[in-house]
Design a binder for this molecule. Structure first.
Ligand SMILES: O=C(O)COP(=O)(O)O
Ligand SMILES: [Mg+2]
Length: 222
């Protein structure tokens, strides 16, 4: 097995619990449209494939007009941009784990389907931006996870070959993007998975972020 030389993280549901802010922005949009509000559980089931997909799922679920989606997505992004970091928090042990990984000298990346600007705002407001050598957002490329292109872009920027990288995520699109890019995959057992975590096809499952450290320490030794 090639030793690990880089770690790629998903954002929503893996590094940060962002569901409350996404729910509030979604509900603000739905209220403007005179549509019903969505619960936190509903929003969690809609997160994972980017902002446009979240809005589409919310509009369809509440009986809105899908023909107006481009306009509604633009409005959602405006609402969310001003409110992306009100209730969003890092999951337990995330900052400590990132610090330990940096101490091991590993380059770290975020590859998320969330728009780049909101991603940077959240990472900065939680004091996490400095841990990451590169960030690829859902609007950085035409392709999003589960397509491998954003993962490959992060690796190219880090100068690391896919066989020497590990991706950690909470959803099917993370494992599929990692597999398609030729990267090892680990899934967290929390977050917003649309399937049981055991069915995601990851090489490893971890219950908390600090559980990553023994896996990585064992895989970095040449
Ligand atoms: O914005 C989303 O829907 C999900 O983003 P993620 O790729 O960080 O989970
Ligand atoms: Mg996620």
């Amino acid at each position: 097995m090639i030793p690990l030389k880089a770690i790629i993280f998903d954002l929503d549901g893996t590094l940060v619990d962002s569901a409350r802010d996404l729910q509030n922005a979604t509900n603000a949009l739905l209220a403007e449209e005179g549509l019903r509000q969505v619960s936190l559980a509903e929003v969690k089931s809609m997160i994972g494939d980017g902002a446009a997909k979240l809005v589409e799922r919310a509009i369809v679920a509440t009986g809105g007009d899908p023909a107006r989606l481009p306009e509604l997505v633009a409005r959602f992004l405006k609402i969310y941009a001003a409110n992306s970091s009100c209730h969003t928090e890092a999951y337990p042990g995330v900052p400590q784990t990132l610090e330990s990984l940096k101490r091991l000298g590993l380059p770290l990346a975020v590859v998320t389907n969330k728009p780049y600007a909101a991603t940077i705002d959240i990472l900065e407001s939680l004091g996490l931006r400095g841990f990451f050598d590169t960030v690829v957002g859902g609007d950085t490329l035409p392709e999003r996870k589960p397509h491998p292109a954003p993962v490959l872009m992060a690796l190219q920027r880090l100068g690391v070959e896919p066989e020497a990288a590990l991706m950690i995520g909470d959803n099917y699109h993370d494992v599929q993007a990692a597999r398609a890019a030729g990267v090892r995959a680990c899934a967290v057992t929390y977050g917003y998975s649309h399937k049981p975590h055991a069915e995601l096809g990851a090489d490893r499952l971890i219950d908390t972020m600090p559980d990553l450290l023994p896996i990585i320490e064992g895989a970095t030794a040449a």
